[in-house]
Design a protein around this ligand. Structure first.
Ligand SMILES: Cc1ncc(C[n+]2csc(CCOP(=O)(O)OP(=O)(O)O)c2C)c(N)n1
Ligand SMILES: [Mg+2]
Length: 340
């Protein structure tokens, strides 16, 4: 990809700002006892922004890691969608209030459902890429997963299968050095996960995942290659999650505050902001007003979602059985009379 133009950089910055603002508001709601489970994207924002700028948003698929809020925004999710999902409201366009936060999935936006067991989405997304090839589609599937997920056997199977069939896939492993409390050296025999690409005969590149301008060329080349029928690539984006694994985790038990503070100095959003000002893409005043606009938009989305009705409990069985059998609900609750 040629150097990103100013408009692309501004767009990426906006996605990243929205992701961080959503993250912050969710943590606040959690602490106020108004919201529940938070999975933070903070520290991973540049990866999703690079994905969004690299793909063709009109046709490509996203199989998101649960820290890929920025990518979901790039693929078209709106702050109201995300907040309705966070609160589990009926208006949640991803799961209709069925799943806890970060289980995005949208047929309309071509976002493949994020699943609880990690990293199941990797092999399922490769199946989507296989279907795309079968159908003669030129769509690319961007797959995000964690360094811990990368240690699972199914990732090996998925990469092997994708390489054999030269599928249009980008495997993006977001290496943030931890699998919850377990450090990388205890879950991987090699410090760089990109080297594993060689065993599948695909390119493997390792980049600073907190620097948009470093992720972007590698992401663009992987997407180009996939679309040209040259097969999959493995992109290792090195990052750091600033917050605990989830709002149920206490990270003070396994990493020092000094370590977290050191990584804070490499914040992907602050770095991009500095670059935009340095390149005169934005003035300081432009950046401040964009930040204020994003804060307002996210606050409005959160306030809106908070007042939305919960999903109807009876809806839980929809999309599980064929519509004609939604009567299974009555059966589950004790009504065993036969139905036609
Ligand atoms: C099969 C499975 N085992 C355990 C978990 C619990 N779990 C949720 S997040 C997580 C950490 C995964 O680490 P990694 O893949 O590196 O992603 P990160 O959270 O660091 O982005 C674990 C173990 C799970 N969701 N699925
Ligand atoms: Mg990790």
């Amino acid at each position: 990809m040629a150097e990103p133009d100013p408009e692309q950089l501004r767009t990426a910055f906006r996605w990243m700002l929205i992701a961080r603002a959503v993250d912050d508001v969710m943590w606040t709601l959690r602490r106020q006892g108004k919201g529940h489970f938070v999975v933070s994207a903070a520290g991973h924002e540049a990866i999703g922004a690079a994905a969004g700028l690299s793909v063709d948003l009109a046709q490509d698929f996203l199989a998101p890691h649960y820290r890929d809020l920025t990518a979901c925004l790039a693929w078209g999710a709106q702050p109201r969608d995300v907040m309705a999902h966070y609160f589990g409201r009926a208006a949640d366009p991803f799961t209709g209030g069925r799943q806890p936060y970060a289980h995005w999935g949208s047929t309309r936006l071509r976002i493949i459902s994020q699943e609880g067991p990690q990293p199941n989405v990797v092999s399922h997304a490769v199946g989507v890429a296989y279907a795309n090839k079968y159908l003669g589609s030129s769509a690319v599937v961007w797959i995000g997963f964690g360094d811990g997920g990368a240690q699972k056997g199914e990732v090996h199977e998925a990469m092997n299968f994708a390489a054999i069939h030269r599928l249009a896939v980008v495997f993006c492993v977001e290496n943030n050095l931890y699998t919850q409390s377990v450090p990388l050296r205890l879950e991987s025999s090699v410090p760089s996960l990109a080297v594993r690409a060689a065993s599948y005969g695909m390119p493997g590149v390792s980049v600073d995942g907190m620097d948009l301008l470093e992720v972007l060329p590698a992401a663009s080349e992987a997407v180009r290659r996939a679309r040209a029928g040259e097969g999959p690539s493995l992109l290792e984006a090195r990052a750091y999650r600033y917050m605990p694994n989830t709002s149920n985790d206490d990270d003070t038990r396994y990493r020092s505050r000094e370590e977290v503070a050191e990584w804070r100095t490499r914040d992907p959003i602050a770095r991009l902001r500095g670059l935009l000002i340095e390149r005169a893409v934005l003035s300081e005043a432009d950046a401040v007003s964009l930040e204020a606009e994003v804060q307002d938009e996210v606050a409005e989305a959160a306030a809106w979602a908070e007042t939305q009705p919960d999903a109807e409990p009876g809806e839980v069985l929809r999309h599980t059985w064929a519509e004609s059998q939604v009567g299974a609900q009555a059966w589950m609750t004790g009504d065993t009379s036969p139905r036609g």
